[in-house]
Design a protein around this ligand. Sequence first.
Ligand code: FAD
Ligand code: 2HG
Ligand code: ZN
Length: 470
Amino acid sequence: MLPAYLEQLSHILGPNDLVVSPAQSNPLLIDERQLYRGRAAAIVQPRTTEQLSQVVSVCAKANVAMVPQGGNTGYCGGATPDESGLQVLINLSKMNQILDIDAASLTLTAQAGVVLADAQNAAANQDMLLPLSMGSQASCQLGGNISTNAGGLAVLRYGTAREMVAGLEVVLPDGQIWSDLKGLRKDNTGYDLKQFFMGAEGTLGIISAAVVRLQPRPRAQITAFLETPDLASAVSTLMLLREHLGDCITSFEYMSREALMLTLVQLNDLRNPLPAATGNFVLMELAAFDDGAGLTEQLTRALQVAILKFDVGDCVVAQNDTQRGDFWRLRESIPEAEKRAGGSIKHDVSVEISKLSEFAVELQKNTLAYVPGCRISLYGHLGDGNIHFNVLAPPTLSAAQFKREFADPISALVHSAAINRDGSFSAEHGVGRLKRDLLASSKDPVGLQLMRKIKRTLDPNGLMNPGKVL
Ligand code: FAD
Ligand code: 2HG
Ligand code: ZN
């Protein structure tokens, strides 16, 4: 016989909204990186905020823990239930309606389960830009993006997910609905409550809808692929370009030679735009509100200075949308390339941009000394001081054995290097289950105490995504 609360859930949900078939449920119980395989008492897919609220209320009354899940692309196991089989997985995929686009206010209001790419397209269809973008955009959801405070490829100009949120609706751990979807630019009526839920990774409530800020859509994008000798030169080049071009620079992504070559080997339909280059690479993008000719000229002049001062090499500018797409595909395919090579030990660390080069050089040296022959796929959001320092097995070891034996010590090396330089051990992917202990051991004690107090206040029974973050 079903426990009473499961019986109640089946009355709240539509007949197909309780996932029962293993073909449907299995992928939802494993995280993107296959670090965790959970079990669930039930997997539910509500369609409305009211249904979601009733589901949460039933679980709360039965003292059953809940795990919110969006597109399940997260990197820290935050959306996977534990192995007990006692938690209810609340998957938001069916809450996928765009509710409103307001051109005057430049906002888009949507249910939390809208896939990021669908929200981007809806904005573009009305000649506006939703500037959040990342390699997982075909699967990740707005609610997941906000809950992880996702970064991505245009933080340099537009900020992280948090900076794009103008309003939220949240189902609290007891089932109450807190709604602030007015999307006001200005509202100084006390605490900014929505901030608690952004980056909380589903530990304080379930985001059911959001108002996100849009931007005017640039008329032209100048996308350039540049050869650079090293990170230090790339950082200096960015500083110089900022002086010349101001905040037209929307992206400035670094790709080490090793990361790019790995991608070209693993995805053999991709081409290197600079086949003769022997150094490392930067993919940068500028936004213009005219035909872009003037900005291209300014960029060319600034790069001529960078060639002389910082030894940068060749540069190729995309001539059309297809070429632009090809450049971006190279950058966005690096995670897939690592996966095809058997996987990597992944890190997403940040330090002040002025310390980035020295940090990475020393870390590379120490990592290679620890595991001679390992391959370091170093790339990422240079403009944000955030790099992915991903380590792949040396040719002498299988990827599986390498990850089994070396994941912990190499991650300890990388994370302590970032922490010792006043950096962050998780610049964009969050904490989840994977880095919970690291947070507990490295966060400032007063900050940690405050976080625990907030958790206890909003979720006194500890039912919302327990075991994650805190
Ligand atoms: P999920 O993985 O489903 O969940 C993530 C966390 O949020 C979990 O703790 C979950 O409980 C919680 N959550 C999900 N939905 C809700 C909700 N509605 N309410 C409350 N809590 C919720 N991340 C970046 O920041 N930048 C990148 O550039 C980037 N690139 C990526 C590229 C690839 C190829 C992949 C696979 C991942 C990448 N990621 C990146 C990581 C990931 O895509 C982001 O963290 C994304 O924001 C997660 O969204 P999701 O909908 O998949 O969330
Ligand atoms: C990116 O910048 C993502 O491409 C993924 O944050 C990084 O796979 C990774 O390590
Ligand atoms: Zn990233």
